[in-house]
Design a protein around this ligand. Structure first.
Ligand SMILES: NC(=O)c1ccc[n+]([C@@H]2O[C@H](COP(=O)([O-])OP(=O)(O)OC[C@H]3O[C@@H](n4cnc5c(N)ncnc54)[C@H](OP(=O)(O)O)[C@@H]3O)[C@@H](O)[C@H]2O)c1
Length: 379
């Protein structure tokens, strides 16, 4: 039987790659619902190709525009609530959460509460509300299958042995981004275009800037903490510029298991969609003998303070990671608009964290309230 899938954020980088995968495995998957924020032109193309029963369009103005495409066989749900509605449809088996930012939090929790398995690309939901997401999964027995390549790697390396007491540590690999060898002085002058030019991955703008500041790796540390029940001390970051080893797990006997593969997000997406099965892929393996040497080095917390801020937020806990996330989203947006410089991103985030007294064990409303207030404060 085909797995019935809802893709939240189908017009983004992950969403489009997921549809590319699904297209190749038409006998395995059926697309039930797709969503966009405002890119109705691309959404209309996707509807023509995949014939979903529903689309969700967050921006109501764009939803009206979608009417001009005459795709009347597909039901349109518009407004912010569309994500939760489509994530909880009875006819959906698996929800791929591929929206960017805090917008992923409520639909992820709703999907898990409704008993859906979730293929999770949206790391911000775990950063801001990891305890709520994991609690929702625990209560319903639903599974979260990570899409982020590092967490997919850890998930695969832990297959058959996911007891955190048997694990010494995990190594999250990071390419180091476009500015790996830049001095602090160089970093003061980098442009938006330079920051958007990631050496190994083609991604959405927000995650690309996060990769350049290493905030992406910081968010992934928090993501790993929640997904795998690991302590801060158990989560290490290592710079691996070739992006071939996607992450590693070191067990208590000293054995390290690494997952390697081509630098292609369609691989972890395919694994998340097909799990617990593995499907044959045309992407292929690695030519080991032709590969450049694999290198590993420690990250520089001084030149890339966002990584240290993320560890700090995780250590403080409660609402602090939500503050880190909201401040990062605002700072990245401001950087992309040319309103602040690259090195002002961590400054802005640190100031937001200093201005906030963390509330422990926050419920969803508290997290969303803190998120809004930090955004208002920084805008
Ligand atoms: N791209 C990657 O290779 C990659 C790898 C690992 C993890 N991730 C994670 O996956 C998530 C998606 O990343 P991406 O690179 O695919 O992002 P992206 O290209 O910016 O796409 C984001 C998607 O979310 C929609 N969206 C934006 N704001 C929204 C809102 N407020 N409410 C609802 N939907 C909204 C966008 O719609 P519009 O098209 O209308 O803007 C688009 O469909 C992020 O959390 C990222 O960290 C990405």
């Amino acid at each position: 039987m085909k797995k019935r899938i809802a893709i939240l954020g189908s017009t983004g980088s992950i969403g489009q790659q997921a549809l590319n995968v699904i297209y190749q495995y038409a006998e395995n998957f059926e697309v039930v619902a797709l969503t966009t924020n405002r890119n109705v032109e691309l959404l209309a193309q996707q509807v023509k190709a995949f014939h979903p029963s529903y689309v969700g369009i967050v921006d109501t103005e764009s939803a009206r525009e979608f009417g001009n495409y005459g795709l009347s066989d597909t039901e349109v749900i518009s407004g912010k609530d569309c994500l939760v509605k489509l994530a909880t449809l009875p006819e959906v088996d698996l929800v791929l959460v591929a929206v960017v930012g805090i917008a992923g939090l409520e639909p992820t929790i709703a999907a898990l509460e409704a008993g859906k398995n979730v293929a999770l690309a949206n790391k911000e939901s775990l950063v801001a509300g990891g305890h709520l997401v994991m609690e929702a999964a625990r209560k319903s027995g639903s599974r979260i299958i990570p899409v982020d390549s590092e967490h997919s790697a850890i998930f695969q390396c832990m297959a058959g042995c996911d007891d955190p007491r048997r694990i010494n540590r995990v190594y999250l690999t990071a390419s180091g981004g476009p500015f790996r060898n830049y001095t602090k002085e160089d970093l003061r002058h980098v442009t938006v275009n330079e920051a958007l030019n990631h050496p190994n991955w083609k991604m959405g703008k927000k995650v690309t800037i996060d990769s350049a500041t290493l905030m992406n790796k910081g968010l992934e540390v928090i993501e790993a903490h929640w997904l795998f029940g690991l302590s801060i001390e158990q989560i290490k970051v290592v710079i691996h510029p070739q992006s071939i080893v996607h992450s590693m797990v070191e067990y208590i006997d000293g054995s390290i298991i690494a997952q390697m593969g081509k630098t292609d997000m369609r691989l972890p997406i395919l694994y998340a969609l097909s799990w617990p099965e593995r499907l044959e892929s045309t992407i292929g393996g690695l030519d080991l003998a032709a590969m450049e040497p694999l290198t590993f080095e420690m990250p520089d917390f001084d030149r890339f303070p966002c990584l240290a801020l993320a560890y700090k937020a995780l250590e403080i806990g409660g609402t602090m990671p939500a503050v880190l996330n909201a401040a990062d989203e605002v700072a990245v947006e401001k950087f992309l608009k040319g309103e602040i410089s690259f090195m002002e991103i961590p400054v802005m985030i640190e100031q937001a964290m200093k201005s906030h007294k963390a509330i422990q064990n926050p419920d969803l409303n508290t997290i969303l309230r803190v998120d809004h207030s930090i955004r208002r404060q920084l805008m």
